[in-house]
Design a protein around this ligand. Structure first.
Ligand code: HEM
Length: 447
């Protein structure tokens, strides 16, 4: 390959990559991604290009988006659970599904979800006030955001058991590093790995329950005005056909999982960071008190809490819930002087871009002021991309941000969270960025 400015080749021995993938795939990222623009890696039979330069990320995810697909790797890992729903589909099938649900994410519609978001946060506050033992904050946030996604998007699904869904998602994601490893080295999918049976059982549980919901709703008039009604009514503009039950289940499962797990993780990391940075917590409390005048949070308050939002944004910079974007090159093109060939894997390592030493001053430091007015000027727009970018940008980004601010503004003024001593949480990559061990904290009422 002709030399390209800013391109480095990672020369980590294959065995060390495998060991990291098994231990914590976050450490399998080539270390160069935290300081270079483009990093090439050859592992197994695959060539991968890590794109860390914001201008090149923009080029790849926007102008060249049509030459990139979600790829075999992602489809093999996520496909057994979410089939070819909105997150995993490509081309015309993706476009149809995106259009089918787009109206559900318009600003006005989202504002209508705020009362349900506040109510779910208030229920969590009640649980925390009554708690006598330490709380698993990750689990608590999963419960809260799960209640919200079901209440706002899937009426009739209240019978789904949040505990079982959470367990099923964890069981599915737990062996995801093995699935990646097998695919990277072209090993056959039938080879055993730890957790495989549990992962399969979890998919059966989730899909069977959603199938029953679709059958029930097909028998009812479409008057819920929710996501499921939109999917049931949608018609493919290319073929004129409606979605099959299995395609609808693909999407419901996509939204139930993508729509609550990521936000919950972002919030769990936010509570962790605020407990380490009480000065910022005090500023957030001041802002909330000024806006609510000490009364209960109202939907109209949520848009007036820029500092609370900045804290959540900064938490997602340090701990992006979806830390790596993966694409496969379907049509060759040139990026930053590098000729990408069909079949190459392109990674945008969001986690590394967010901590890149050439893009951020003191990248490891928690400093929400980076997201307040002036501070962000001069920074490339694609240096920060917790929700991805281009046509495949997260459809739920505004939903998630609104929800997170509402949850923080209900919980923080009522309760102070104290981490249990001796805990330094380790983030681990299981498709999403999860704490390796539960984030245990003790809640006490604020005086
Ligand atoms: C803090 C919370 C969230 C984060 C960090 C996040 C992150 C992301 C990212 C990075 C992508 C792009 C993946 C790629 O390009 O390969 C994505 C896509 C997606 N997200 Fe989110 N997400 C969040 C919340 C949500 C919510 C609340 C929903 C739904 C209510 C949602 C639904 C989706 C869907 C359906 C896609 C696929 C979109 C497409 O390909 O057209 N996400 N998300």
């Amino acid at each position: 390959m002709p030399p390209s400015p800013g391109l480095v080749e990672s020369r980590r021995p294959t065995l060390s990559v495998i060991a990291s993938l098994l231990r914590n795939p976050l450490q399998a990222l080539p270390p160069e991604v935290y300081r270079e623009r483009l990093v090439l890696a050859k592992t197994g039979g695959r060539t991968s290009l890590y794109v860390c330069d914001p201008a090149l990320i923009q080029e790849a995810l926007t102008r060249q988006a049509g030459k990139l697909g979600k790829g075999e790797l992602i489809r093999k890992v996520l496909g057994p659970a979410i089939g070819e729903g909105l997150l995993t589909a490509d081309g015309g099938h993706w476009r149809w599904q995106r259009q089918a649900v787009a109206s559900g994410f318009q600003h006005e519609k989202l504002l209508g979800f705020l009362p349900a978001m506040i109510e779910a946060a208030e229920a969590t506050r009640g649980r925390w006030q009554a708690a006598t033992t330490p709380l698993d904050i990750g689990h608590e946030m999963m419960r809260t955001t799960f209640d919200i996604i079901i209440e706002t998007m899937l009426s009739g699904a209240q019978a789904l058991d949040v505990g079982k869904v959470e367990q099923a998602i964890s069981d599915y994601l737990e062996p995801s590093n093995f699935m990646f490893l097998y695919n990277l080295f072209g090993l056959p999918g039938w080879l055993p790995y730890p957790g495989r049976a549990k992962a399969r059982a979890s998919v059966t549980y989730l899909r069977e329950n959603l199938r029953a919901l679709v059958a029930q709703r097909r028998a009812e008039p479409p008057e819920h005005g929710d996501l499921l009604d939109m999917l049931l009514a949608s018609v493919d503009p290319e073929t004129g056909r409606a979605m099959s039950d299995e395609e609808i289940v693909d999407n419901l499962l996509t939204f139930v999982t993508a729509g609550h797990e990521t936000t919950a993780l972002g919030l769990a990391w936010t509570f962790h960071l605020l407990a380490q940075h009480r000065d910022w917590e005090a500023r957030v409390l001041e802002e909330i008190a000024a806006v609510t005048e000490g009364g209960p949070l109202q939907p109209r308050h949520v848009a007036s809490l820029p500092l609370t939002k900045a804290v959540f944004q900064e938490a997602m910079r340090l701990f992006p819930p979806a830390p790596v974007i993966t694409r496969e090159v379907e049509e060759p093109f040139t990026l930053g002087g590098v000729a990408l060939k069909q079949g190459w894997v392109l990674y945008v390592p969001i986690q590394a871009v967010h901590r890149h030493e050439k893009l951020w001053e003191q990248p490891e430091r928690f400093d929400p002021s980076r997201f307040l007015s002036e501070a962000g000027r001069g920074r490339h727009r694609y240096a920060y991309l917790p929700f991805g970018a281009g046509p495949r940008i997260c459809i739920g980004s505004a939903f998630a941000t609104m929800e997170a601010v509402a949850i923080l503004a209900v919980l923080l003024p009522a309760l102070r969270l104290e981490p249990l001593p001796g805990q330094a949480p380790e983030p681990t990559l299981k498709i999403t960025l999860r704490p390796k061990h539960p984030l245990q904290m003790r809640a006490s009422a604020r005086g």
